[in-house]
Design a protein around this ligand. Structure first.
Ligand code: ZN
Length: 230
């Protein structure tokens, strides 16, 4: 019984997937931990490249990113902008053609089509050691993301670490999964270092871009939403 409870908790934590009545929601998280030194420049899933399988923005989507205040302030803007622009620059190369536009501060929690709001929420605990969480919403429950919330733990204060977190979570929204055992600096989907130290990942690596390309090549076109008639 004890084992079964543990197994269930593990499933919830690692898959972080839940569905409610009207909207499917998926969660991904960023943990803290140590990283290994890079051994290879080639892209091997699980060693130097992240696996794929998380939900994605639809191909050709335009994603508008906002930073909620007072959770964040003008001093945080540039740290977020770096990661957003680095991912946006890969839109054509990866074949996703998903464009990311950073709009700066907002006071709202936005949930219109293609909107992503970054806000503060306590997601860290000593067991999970999450530093951030991506809450992805799919109104059609088809694993295509309509809007998303990026929850960043208050412990993430260092600008470099904030850049790492945003780069990592945007990667999730393009289909990438965590690769905690990947070599250091081989992917943005690895672990954060302990404490407030940046892991140096400000955007996607070559292997990340290849994996996003693979994720989007495997997607079927999204079905048009059919309105229910009474
Ligand atoms: Zn993650």
């Amino acid at each position: 019984m004890f084992f079964r409870i543990l197994a269930l908790a593990f499933l919830l934590i690692t898959c972080c997937l839940s569905v409610n009545n009207s909207t499917a929601v998926a969660y991904e998280e960023l943990n803290e931990g140590s990283a290994k030194k890079s051994r290879s420049a080639s892209c091997v899933v699980g060693r130097t490249a992240p696996p794929i399988g998380f939900w994605t923005w639809p191909a050709n989507a335009s994603v508008n990113i906002y930073l909620r205040e007072p959770d964040f302030s003008t001093s945080d803007v540039s740290a977020v902008k770096v990661a957003v622009e680095n991912w946006d620059a890969t839109a054509t190369e990866t074949g996703s053609n998903v464009r990311f536009v950073f709009h700066g501060l907002t006071r709202e929690l936005r949930n219109a089509q293609g909107e992503m709001t970054i806000l503060r929420q306590a997601v860290f605990n000593k067991t999970q050691r999450h530093r951030a969480l991506l809450e992805a919403h799919s109104r059609q429950q088809d694993q295509f993301i309509d809007y998303a919330l990026m929850l960043v733990d208050p412990s993430v204060r260092d600008p470099g670490m904030l850049t790492n977190v945003v780069a990592h979570e945007i990667g999730h929204s393009l289909g990438l999964l965590d690769c905690y055992k990947c070599d250091s600096r081989s992917t943005a989907m690895g672990l954060l270092k302990a404490g407030d130290e940046s892991n140096g990942m400000e955007g996607p690596t070559f292997c990340d871009r290849l994996e996003v390309m693979a994720a989007y090549q495997g997607l079927k076109p999204r079905s048009p939403l059919i309105a229910a008639a009474k």
